[in-house]
Design a binder for this molecule. Sequence first.
Ligand code: PRP
Ligand code: URA
Length: 211
Amino acid sequence: MSDLKAIVVNHPLIQHKLTIMRKKETSSKDFRQLLEEIAMLMTYEVTRDFPLKEIDIETPVAKCKAKVLAGKKVGVVPILRAGLGLLNGVVNMIPSARVGHVGMYRDPETLKPVEYYCKLPGDVAERTLIVVDPMLATGGSSAAALSLLKEKGAKNIVLMCLVAAPEGIKVINEEHPDVPVYVAAIDECLNEHGYIVPGLGDAGDRIFGTL
Ligand code: PRP
Ligand code: URA
């Protein structure tokens, strides 16, 4: 596992919340809430190196120079459906973010990703895009979404996932070596159905109560 390149955001609050999410008895309501909270905490780390610029402002006391995020507004791109569970958390932290959507589901037989929707903000080439999906299993869905975004012109992309299998990280590292991968946990492996072990089950079904 040592040759995998991923940034594991293992803050104690994130680990605690993720443990509750993993439990099979956790309700959809709590699952959604915890996912949003973790997304907020992970955004703090994902944005750590975002460039700043100085602007002139006036406080009630004095004029001064102060820092704001530089460049075009960040784009957040959830991979539908389960990526929607992370969206509000990121947008709570970056309220000016533009939001794009990529629809991608995994064929249950072949485990291959099937694209069904794509709507992105303008000027993707000039924005940093944070692609969000809670699960990085075989890596097929995220890899396909990243390829699609690059076809549309995106140049600066970060992938943020909750739980990853080593297999999925390897695929992203190989197919998209330019994309940093942020995860809250790297689990053991995939099972014969392509589910992450121990994982948390089907993230989309748990978020939307479609089990
Ligand atoms: C889940 C998850 C990822 C994908 C991960 O989506 O949200 O997009 O599986 O698997 P992979 O790494 O093997 O591609 P799913 O296909 O269940 O669709 P949903 O989000 O619409 O439920
Ligand atoms: N998709 C999920 O939602 N969960 C997994 O464990 C694998 C893929």
